[in-house]
Design a protein around this ligand. Structure first.
Ligand code: EPU
Length: 338
């Protein structure tokens, strides 16, 4: 939609915030992407995927390149492994369903993660004990300055928890045009011990699960806890789960013996932000048209405001509340665009 020579981004972000851009283009091939990146007018463009991990706090003064590069295919295989290539514009969950339907194992736990394939390596998407980095083969990326294509392997990407080189040293340097995953064709190694996957499988009456069962269980868990962005604007987890020094975690455990926490390594533990937010009193708490979800406190929900500023104002209130109660600073997991 074009208004006063600007293009509305409201339908391109899952919060449904009414931000605008002066210039907008949708890209459907790697070649077109290379050309557009060389175009002076798009030099500082914001690269937009599914808009499911972004909060526009203000209107944009720069252009937007929306990535819609399609295609899923097997590019290489051995008896055990198939390397699947997917265009950056493929809906992530469609790729998961395609792999499950073709009996390719490895990403079934990542069912229903919102967003497009191109965003997956940027924040090393993860859920239910699996991260993209576990199955990552490589990614085809386009240099934003030169338009040249380069292949990044896992080491180049320097993956961490919801983190990669694309968020750090390589921030804004490359645009992902395709992602390739190494998936199992047989003897799949199923991960069912995280959260309530096992419990859900049991409820489904499954004793010997296959990858399709695991995908179904994950879909069931996610749909029961996470709001559907088509009905309620949201971007999944709004904050990262804070990683704190073990000493700090131990200090908090003295005061809150039931606090859930996960071992990261010899020096750090991870505390679920959803728990911190719930304890600080924000779970299901609405202020006007904004609130934290009543079934999963980590999800910031838009109950009908077009204003990204209002959403951000509420998020900051939550951060202050958690800081005051626990002395922990929450960090947004969602990209803030100001
Ligand atoms: N918890 C609460 N109250 C809440 C929510 C959570 O007390 O309202 C506590 C519970 O003790 C629970 C623990 O937090 O056991 C963990 O909760 P959950 O299993 O729902 O996972 P999470 O740590 O809150 C992460 C990811 C999700 C992913 C799930 C499942 C992050 C920031 N979020 O959430 O990812 O789906 O694990 O693996 O790491 C996303 O990134 O958008 C996303 C939804």
């Amino acid at each position: 939609m074009k208004k006063n020579n600007t293009v509305s981004l409201q339908e391109y972000n899952t919060f449904g915030v009414a931000a605008s851009t002066p210039l907008f283009v949708e890209i459907k091939s790697s070649l077109a992407l290379q050309e557009k990146l060389k175009d002076e007018a798009f030099k500082d463009a914001l690269i937009l995927g599914g808009g499911s991990n972004i909060l526009f706090i203000a209107d944009l003064s720069r252009p937007v390149i929306k990535i819609s590069i399609p295609g899923i295919r097997i590019i290489n295989e051995t008896e055990q492994i198939a390397v699947v290539s997917a265009g950056a514009g493929v809906v992530w969950h469609d790729l998961v369903m395609w792999c499950v339907a073709n009996n390719l194992g490895g990403i079934e736990n990542l069912s229903l993660i919102p967003g497009l394939v191109g965003a997956a390596p940027i924040q090393n998407i993860g859920a239910y004990g699996v991260e993209l980095s576990d199955v990552f083969y490589d990614a085809v990326c386009i240099n934003r300055k030169t338009g040249e294509s380069r292949i990044f392997n896992a080491e180049d990407c320097d993956f961490g928890y919801r983190d990669s080189a694309f968020k750090n040293d390589l921030k804004d340097a490359y645009v992902v045009s395709a992602v390739r995953l190494a998936l199992t064709k047989k003897n799949h190694s199923l991960k069912t011990d995280y959260g309530n996957v096992t419990e859900t499988l049991a409820k489904m009456g499954v004793t010997k699960p296959n990858i399709e069962d695991v995908a179904k269980a994950v879909v069931q868990i996610r749909t029961s806890k996470l709001p559907d962005p088509k009905k309620l604007g949201n971007a999944g987890s709004f904050f990262k789960n804070p990683i704190v020094p073990k000493g700090e975690c131990a200090r908090l455990l003295l005061q809150y013996p039931n606090m859930p926490h996960y071992h990261i390594d010899g020096a750090f533990d991870k505390i679920p932000a959803g728990w911190l937010i719930e304890q600080a009193g924000f779970k299901g708490l609405k202020k006007g048209k904004v609130g934290m979800h009543d079934k999963q406190a980590l999800v910031l929900v838009n109950y009908g405001t077009p204003s990204g500023k209002l959403l951000w104002k509420y998020a900051k209130l939550v951060m202050e509340g958690v800081e005051k109660k626990f002395g922990i600073s929450l960090e947004p997991e969602v990209n803030l665009i100001r």
